[in-house]
Design a protein around this ligand. Structure first.
Ligand SMILES: Cc1cc2nc3c(=O)[nH]c(=O)nc-3n(C[C@H](O)[C@H](O)[C@H](O)COP(=O)(O)OP(=O)(O)OC[C@H]3O[C@@H](n4cnc5c(N)ncnc54)[C@H](O)[C@@H]3O)c2cc1C
Length: 392
């Protein structure tokens, strides 16, 4: 399916680039990522050399500006890579996701610090985790309590960030802290980029249902002194920065989940032509093919929504509501699709020999991560009718 259409019906130059990137990403992902999807879960991490290789191939942060080590190719092309990588291993795609999310925030607001760090992200030399959620809750993130207290020429950071993806493997964290305790909501929050090897930082790991290769955990800061130059953007801007970032990452997450689901669906179409019951391939029975045909429709529609959102971003148009639509709907239809694929494979589908159970567990995490469906629907309502649609 074309990724975009020129009015003449011929491919646009952007489409040519997108198609070439898709071919390169698909070849790499099928050859070097897919065979290790299950093994990476057992290993409990993503091999660093693989991340560096993706950086060398230009598969990380393609939309980031060229002077910061990216390729300046736009969000839609980043989405294409996300989809292709996730088709092979949706956990590896967290590398692209976090690079695009943190890289775009740093490129927009971090000045000299961005020049230091963003090229390393694009090369695959630096993994930056995102620290917003705290033990008291993630949905109401504006009321976070992690503290950045001004001391001397810098800040002292204290508190816990929890549920952080890739925290065990990351070397930096882009975190959000309250710099002004007098401002309880979003306006008192500032962003900081902190190397995770600082004294006073400890990390713990969770034992999760899925995405074992990514890993999630908590990180504790015990009065960690950081210089002012590690603050990203002005004081009080952090919450707005991360919300703008989520307007991007939510469409990428949609494609991440859809890529994994598309892989299951393709495998299942093939399977129904081979598996026989009652003397015929099970593709003969509409009870078998109808759910798959429905899923085919959902995936196509959800994919178009994600690419439309990314195209709006590339054109500089508002896309907050669209990104929230991607985030609640794409993981839901992806989960439902993989569930159907698993059932269509019968007893074999329930085995760890086949990837459907792993994809199902991995997609489930992204029905929560980056905001649940209820929160996305609240954002859509707020974009339609204003702040009357939010709790306070
Ligand atoms: C796989 C995974 C990866 C993650 N990665 C990261 C990461 O890298 N960095 C990070 O900072 N966080 C991360 N998170 C945390 C994630 O962003 C939060 O879990 C999420 O925002 C929800 O917060 P919570 O879990 O504290 O749920 P809560 O906020 O406690 O909510 C509990 C339930 O109540 C519902 N709810 C809450 N308020 C409302 C409301 N007003 N109306 C309707 N329903 C409501 C929620 O939808 C949810 O179902 C990750 C989570 C997962 C599962």
């Amino acid at each position: 399916m074309p990724d975009s259409e020129g009015t003449s019906g011929r491919p646009t130059p952007e489409q040519d680039v997108g198609d070439a990137v898709r071919d390169a990403a698909r070849t790499f992902a099928a050859g070097e990522l897919a065979p290790g999807y299950a093994a990476r879960e057992r290993l409990g991490r993503i091999e660093r050399e693989l991340i560096v290789r993706m950086g060398e191939l230009g598969l990380i942060g393609v939309e980031l500006p060229e002077h910061l080590g990216g390729l300046g190719l736009g969000a839609r092309v980043a989405g294409i890579i996300m989809e292709e990588v996730a088709r092979a291993d949706m956990n590896v795609a967290y590398v692209q996701l976090l690079a695009s999310l943190t890289g775009s925030m740093l490129a927009a607001s971090a000045g000299e610090l961005a020049e230091e760090v963003v090229p390393a992200i694009c090369r695959g030399d630096s993994l930056v985790a995102l620290g917003l959620t705290e033990p008291r809750g993630g949905s109401d993130a504006a009321h976070l309590s992690f503290r950045a207290e001004r001391r001397g020429g810098g800040y002292h950071l204290s508190g816990e960030k929890t549920s952080i993806s890739l925290i065990g493997q990351a070397d930096r964290i882009l975190l959000f802290a309250r710099t002004d305790p007098g401002v309880p909501g979003a306006g008192g929050v500032s962003a900081f980029l902190v190397p995770l090897d600082q004294e006073g930082i400890t990390r713990t790991a969770f034992d999760d249902v899925g995405s074992g290769a990514v890993g999630r955990g908590s990180v504790f800061f015990d009065g960690v002194a950081v210089p002012e130059r590690w603050r990203v953007g002005p004081e009080g801007e952090g919450f707005r920065q991360v919300m703008r970032g989520f307007d991007y990452s939510r469409a990428l997450i949609g494609l991440q989940c859809l890529g994994a689901a598309a892989a299951s669906l393709e495998e299942t179409w093939q399977y129904v032509t081979e598996r026989e019951a009652f003397g015929a391939p099970i593709a003969r029975y509409q009870g078998v093919t109808e759910p798959l045909a429905e899923s085919e429709t959902w995936l196509r529609a959800a994919r178009l929504l994600c690419y439309e959102t990314l195209a709006r971003r590339d054109r500089g148009e508002p896309h907050t509501a669209e990104a929230a639509m991607c985030k609640w709907w794409a993981p839901k239809v992806a989960f439902e699709t993989v569930h159907r694929c698993l059932l269509t494979h019968g007893h074999g589908g329930y085995s760890k020999e086949l990837p459907h159970q792993q994809r199902l567990r991995d997609i489930l995490g992204l029905q929560i991560g980056d905001g649940t469906a209820q929160i996305q629907k609240m954002i859509i309502a707020r974009e339609k009718v204003g702040r009357v649609a939010v709790p306070y």
